[in-house]
Write a protein that binds this ligand. Structure first.
Ligand code: HEM
Length: 491
């Protein structure tokens, strides 16, 4: 632990509250795009197909990017006030860079109508597209700006932690296997952040390569890129970033939950092995997105199958048992933060299980490109990491004092109900073979699929409306408390 004075903590808090407010504005805007998509699929509103796909692109890239950004910002605050000195200037530099990147993406998608989806499968962004020429360059350039900001933050945190904890070998826990007992106790948040940030650095670098290749193609149309190579890079980037976001959240769960349960949660050899394995498997699990690509070497398909299974076991199993051990007979007061932590871990497990089902080759043959896919990743994002992020916001709004944490009110439970209602419609859609990424289902010949898809989308749109209203009513108290916490800082 480091000692920070009130002035330094105040600066970190201002930076974090700036991040929080930006997140709290962008999040419901992106949900609204999701609502409009579901409403269009349910034929409740009439928006053009072009608009649908530009909404889908902004929604997908935006959600993944905003959640990753707020996850890093939360860690920046926690590490910077407790574990290693972090530069406030670097924090603001990254913030403004990310704002510029987001504005660029919004212009590229909503005005230029760039609509290649977050996957942007090559050569789709360039061939036969309805969107404007400039929106392609604008969107890729904006993603590059985001990547630079993320890379700077990740490297800065990693370097400063390594100064405090005696290098990377110690940070990933290898000191626990030497004969001598560890020189300095390793906090679990440092171990898990290191693993997640290292994976993020690899992912962001791959994303930068992908982006530069896309920009080269944009400026020199005679170039021909290899579609399979591009798909591999894109999925390595996307899959790893989304998983890393989840793990960043788990890092502060390990650090903060013990404050509520009043029980230690220390790093042990088992925890070190689990997170080191996770680092290895997370880098290869993305191959499960390429099962349908018959030109992908068969050996990589098998690696994808095994890595998907194994990546979900060590970190998840160790964390689940850890969480159960933390709560069991602990007499925890069920205020907002522990409730959100518990439900967030449950959402991670439910979505993770559905993901593992989908990554099984024989099942994937049936579920591939049905609504089962958005079902599973929306579960661990919306009911997993989003809850864990909100837990952190409530923790900060309670001034990091467990006694100040408020009880979950009616709006929170309505939010939970609306969210699971929305997710259930995706799962049922998957089971009824409703295809994903269709702007509506009117053109489907099989009447059962057409009608079921439309009805499920209508119920989903209604659920989203409910969760959105509940979320906004939770905001009133949360934002007030966040600002109040700025005036009442303690060290
Ligand atoms: C209540 C909140 C949300 C709603 C209503 C919503 C709605 C939707 C809808 C309707 C789609 C298109 C599904 C299809 O393929 O037919 C979609 C796709 C997607 N959503 Fe969400 N979503 C929400 C939250 C999130 C969150 C928290 C994330 C976090 C990463 C996210 C990431 C994505 C991504 C990556 C796609 C795929 C875009 C693509 O295929 O290019 N969404 N969402």
């Amino acid at each position: 632990m480091i000692q920070v004075d009130i002035a330094e903590k105040q600066q970190h808090k201002k930076l974090f509250v700036t991040w929080s407010i930006t997140f709290l504005i962008l999040f419901p805007v992106l949900i609204t795009l999701g609502f409009l998509m579901r409403a269009k699929q349910g034929q409740l509103i009439d928006i053009s197909m072009n608009k649908f796909y530009s909404f889908m692109t902004l929604h997908g890239l935006g959600m993944a990017g905003v959640l990753f950004s707020i996850a890093i910002a939360s860690l920046y605050y926690l590490i910077g006030t407790r574990y290693a000195r972090l530069s406030i200037k670097t924090g603001y530099f990254a913030y403004y860079f990310i704002v510029i990147g987001v504005v660029g993406l919004v212009i590229g998608t909503l005005i230029g109508e760039f609509g290649a989806g977050w996957y942007m499968l090559y050569p789709l962004p360039f061939k036969g597209a309805y969107w404007t020429e400039w929106s392609i360059g604008m969107s890729f350039f904006s993603i590059l700006i985001l990547g630079v900001a993320w890379l700077i933050q990740c490297l800065h945190i990693l370097i400063e932690l390594s100064r405090n904890y005696g290098g990377f070998k110690n940070m990933i826990g290898w000191q626990y296997f030497s004969k001598n007992s560890p020189v300095k106790e390793l906090p679990s948040i440092v171990l898990i952040s290191t693993i997640s940030l290292l994976a993020s650095v690899f992912a962001v670098l791959a994303g930068a390569v992908m982006d530069i290749l896309f920009l080269m193609q944009y400026f020199e149309p005679s170039l021909e890129l290899d579609p399979l190579m591009m798909k591999n890079i894109i999925f390595f980037f996307g899959h790893t970033i989304v998983n890393a976001t989840m793990y960043l959240g788990i890092a502060w769960l390990y650090a903060l939950l013990p404050e509520f349960t009043k029980r230690d949660w220390k790093v042990t050899k088992l925890v070190v092995i689990a997170w080191n394995c996770t680092f290895f498997f997370i880098l290869f699990a993305y191959f499960h997105h390429l099962y349908m690509d018959f030109v992908q070497p068969m050996s990589l398909q098998y690696i994808g199958q095994f890595a998907s299974y194994f990546s979900s076991i060590p970190a998840t199993a160790v964390t689940m048992f850890g969480v159960i051990g933390q709560f069991y007979r602990s007499k925890t007061r069920w205020s907002m933060v522990p409730t959100m932590f518990l439900l967030g871990v449950a959402g991670w497990a439910i979505g993770g299980f559905a993901a593992v089902v989908d990554s099984t080759i024989t099942i994937n043959k049936v579920l591939h490109n049905t609504l089962w896919v958005p079902a599973h990743f929306h579960t661990y994002m919306l009911m997993g990491i989003v809850l864990i992020i909100f837990a952190f916001l409530y923790y900060i709004s309670a001034n990091e004092n467990t006694d100040n944490d408020i009880k979950p009110g009616l709006s929170f439970w309505v939010f939970m109900g609306g969210s699971y209602g929305f997710l259930l419609m995706f799962y049922l859609g998957g089971l009824y073979s409703i295809p994903r990424r269709f702007s509506d289902y009117a053109g489907i010949d099989t009447s059962a699929v057409r009608e079921t898809g439309t009805t499920l989308a209508q119920i989903a749109a209604f659920s989203v409306l409910i969760l959105l209203i509940a979320l906004l009513s939770m905001y009133v108290k949360l934002i007030k408390r966040l600002f109040h916490s700025l005036k009442t800082i303690t060290v």
